[in-house]
Design a protein around this ligand. Structure first.
Ligand code: FES
Length: 574
């Protein structure tokens, strides 16, 4: 077996000749591990977010087995460990409230244990950024392995997409175009295999970000969860992480500013989720790369969307994979990307993608004839969003991207739920719907409610989109002319707290403007009467979170978690 060039971190646990080493080895041996596994092999932690409460990651025990096999193939010693899992569909009030808590678990679990390298098993939306953030703060050699998307949903001869059709079916139920038995049949047809959402929602976007950042092997973004090639990828990742330990190829050598710039451009080209904005800002903060909202606007402004996937288009991740997947997209935007950015397999991003072949030009369109002209994330500013707000042009209605209208304000999500479908609600299709107190501190946890459904009475008249503004996020599977992540949020005293129904609001995406047409003196008067909302909790995680969470433009990490502490632990285990 080839020996590593330098002393392994794990040798501090297993490679010594004292009482503590006896303890470290002896208790591991109760799992049937022979003594030769402690002979200086790289110890690989397999960080597993398996949970039956996270359906998207419920196949991870099997996937971990393939990673283990790969680690053993390469002469490493695998140790699988669980971390907090974040299931998007079941957790209340929102998984985003717990992303940073999971990241803390990941960081401390990695640092406290005898790992030389780590494989991150992640799939459902928040599991990917949480694991990347936690691992980045330790900065060991690390590979991301995504769980893969579900197979295409199939309902009555039509392809249906997770999330995207949830919104469609819900609206159809509201207007009477769908019955409840239809809906129950549809839900069985939507999630018909293991894997995460198969639209270009947040999970697929983040799996693509892992590949574009260079943190995953080629194919990571798109191989379906049940395709045998997903298992192969897991096994190859297990083999490769052992080599990475020997090469001392740490996260910080891969996650450079150029890598983040590549990821932002790829996000534009795939029409990726707005959630990637906060997650990439947070990961960059952990690894010490200066990334801002302006980078998102600058790099996405001219990037067209090439990928015809729901929610913006008509295909799904399975189709994307058969068309050639992310390497085709990266090859298509080769003039823009930093080709020399290093990836986990030791090759550059360009070397991984230069021979990619596009097998379906309808699913992945050529750059010269893009699916949508604007793919990136638009960052809006103005007196309503001094620290920025975001909008996804590829999911918006073109004629609404320049719009001035009367605000109809909802104080919080309960107020919205109470009044939105009230036939007496004073609202027209030209109004702008404003929802506040749904940001990180306000909800709390920054939920995906920014794409809230239109008033039932307008839906019944055939209205399909309106400008909506909030300090919330939206699901990556959603669509509409939706202004999100308004910062500072209302609960932190942002100007969104001062808007009143009847005020005129202007959105001009081309000018990147979000303006409240109310004189400064009047806003100052309103501010003098504004009171911060009552605290959500007087103890526990929610109290810590609300006291320390940063705003959307900073990535919504806790302020004391930004940065990293490396992997050193000064003291023995006692
Ligand atoms: Fe897990 Fe969509 S619910 S990825």
């Amino acid at each position: 077996m080839a020996k590593p060039a330098r002393k392994l971190r794990s040798s501090e646990w297993f490679g010594r000749h004292d009482r503590d080493a006896l303890v470290h080895r002896s208790w591991m041996k109760n799992q049937g591990i022979p003594h030769d596994q402690f002979d200086g092999r790289p110890v690989i932690g397999i960080c597993n977010t398996w949970s039956q409460a996270t359906p998207c990651n419920a196949h991870f025990r099997e996937l971990a087995q393939h990673v283990r096999d790969g680690v053993l193939d390469a002469g490493g010693f695998p140790i699988e460990f669980p971390v907090m899992s974040l299931g998007e569909t079941l957790m209340r009030p929102t998984t985003m409230l717990f992303r940073n808590q999971c990241a803390m678990d990941v960081e401390e679990s990695i640092r406290a244990n005898p790992f030389d390298g780590v494989v991150l098993l992640m799939g459902c939306d928040k599991t990917t950024p949480a694991l990347m953030m936690g691992a980045a703060s330790c900065d060991l050699p690390t590979i991301g392995v995504s769980g893969g998307p579900m197979l295409n949903g199939k309902f009555r001869g039509e392809d249906i997409g997770s999330g995207t059709h949830v919104w469609k079916f819900t609206e159809m139920l509201k207007t009477g175009a769908m019955t409840e038995p239809d809906m129950i049949e549809a839900e069985s047809c939507m999630s018909r295999s293991a894997g995460h959402c198969m639209t270009m929602g947040t999970a697929s976007t983040m799996a693509s970000m892992v590949e574009a950042l260079g943190m995953g092997l080629p194919g990571n973004a798109s191989i379906p969860a049940v395709d045998s090639r997903r298992r192969l990828l897991a096994r190859l990742a297990g083999r490769r992480i052992v080599e990475m330990v020997r090469e001392d190829l740490r996260m910080s050598r891969i996650l450079t500013k150029q890598a983040f710039e590549n990821a932002i451009m790829v996000n534009g080209a795939i029409g990726g989720s707005t959630n990637a904005v906060v997650h990439l800002l947070a990961i960059a903060g952990r690894i010490g790369v200066k990334l801002t909202l302006d980078d998102w606007d600058r790099l996405g402004r001219t990037m067209p969307c090439l990928v015809n996937l729901m929610p913006s288009g008509k295909y799904l991740m399975e189709d994307f994979h058969y068309a050639g997947g992310l390497p085709v997209v990266i090859r298509e935007i080769r003039k823009s990307i930093h080709r020399k950015a290093l990836t986990v397999n030791g090759r550059t991003l360009w070397e991984n993608c230069k021979d990619a072949v596009n097998y379906n030009h309808d699913v992945i369109t050529p750059l010269a004839k893009p699916f949508k002209p604007q793919g990136g994330i638009a960052v809006l500013r103005g007196n309503l969003a001094p620290d920025g707000a975001v909008l996804k042009p590829s999911a918006a209605t073109p004629k609404l991207m320049k719009h001035k209208g009367r605000a109809v304000v909802f104080e919080d999500i309960d107020d919205l739920n109470r009044r939105i479908d009230d036939p007496k609600l004073d609202v027209t299709a030209d109004d702008i719907l404003v929802l506040r107190n749904c940001g990180p501190k306000g909800y709390p946890g920054f939920p995906e409610v920014g794409n809230f459904a239109l008033p039932a009475k307008l839906l019944k008249k055939g209205v399909t989109d309106m400008v909506r503004i909030s300090d919330a996020r939206m699901s990556g599977t959603a669509y509409g002319t939706v202004v999100l992540h308004t910062a500072p949020e209302a609960a932190a005293g942002g100007p969104l707290a001062l808007v009143r129904s009847g005020d005129v609001v202007e959105l001009d995406v081309a000018k990147r403007l979000l303006q409240l047409h109310v004189p400064d003196e009047e806003l100052a008067r309103r501010r003098a009467h504004w009171k911060p909302p009552r605290p959500h909790a007087d103890r526990g995680w929610v109290r810590l979170y609300c006291a320390t969470v940063q705003q959307a433009d900073k990535g919504v990490d806790l302020d004391f978690l930004v940065g990293g502490s490396g992997a050193k632990v000064g003291r023995e285990s006692h």
